[in-house]
Design a protein around this ligand. Sequence first.
Ligand code: B12
Length: 219
Amino acid sequence: MNSPDKLVQFIADLDEEQSLEAVRQRLAQGYDALRLLKTCQEGVRLVGKRYEEGSYFIAGLIMGGEILRLAVEVIKPELEKSTSAQSPGRIVLGTVKGDIHDIGKNIVSTLLSCQGFEVIDLGVDVDEDVFVRAVAEHSPQILGLSCLLTTAFASMKSTIAALEEAGLRRNLPIIIGGNSLDDETCRYARADYWTNDAMDGVGWCQRLFDKEQSRVSLG
Ligand code: B12
């Protein structure tokens, strides 16, 4: 049997076959799907670290991303088993301009859908005007921006500024997500909440929506 550390190692070493086999084995053994996702995320974090240290090149990042994408495909049906029937609300989601990372965003999208949210996913490298048009068209209860690159932080800020300018920011809670975010980035971008954990983000959306619902029903 593989220990959780082995799976992290397989991913960090870019061993696709062993990584996916370990994921399948663990699911068959009844491992919690969310915990398994986090383990995979830890592996890909090490890929990023090795890239940063110069022992991997861009091909390593591509391979790491691909292994994670395939692992998510294997885990997804398990996550979807807990799908909730009701539709608590609508969320517009996208990766901001200049950034094409989408694995984390796609995980969030899957988890939100599993909780019954209607997700309008605008994809990657999304221009601020596209966010503005989508918010105007769909009137979501929440907007989610994904951003992994520090060089794209400015895009989060300008997207939120464009929404303010269009008069669409009021009553629109905005959550930003990505591995390199912190309180300071959240303040800089003028977002309401930040996270680097998909489940934490989903929890925030649910709490927010519950509050909104009780406010509406109280009149
Ligand atoms: C895979 C990968 C790639 C793949 C992306 C494939 C894809 N389809 O996404 C490819 C090869 C394309 C790539 C390209 C580049 N990458 Co890259 N990449 C990574 C890597 C290894 C993993 C990212 C990932 O998928 N993580 C796993 C997911 C699950 O985690 P996550 O994205 O953080 O998402 C979780 C949470 O943050 C949260 N979340 C995310 N979004 C949202 C949104 C909302 C609303 C909510 C609620 C939550 C939420 O939920 C997720 C699940 O918990 C990271 C390393 C790292 N440590 O992150 C580098 C990394 C992000 N990349 C990096 C760089 C530099 C690049 C390039 C510039 C390299 C280059 N020279 O070309 C390009 C940029 C291209 C561009 N314009 O975007 C740097 C960024 C440094 C920085 N701070 O700016 C990193 C950190 C690597 C490093 N250590 O140097 N990359």
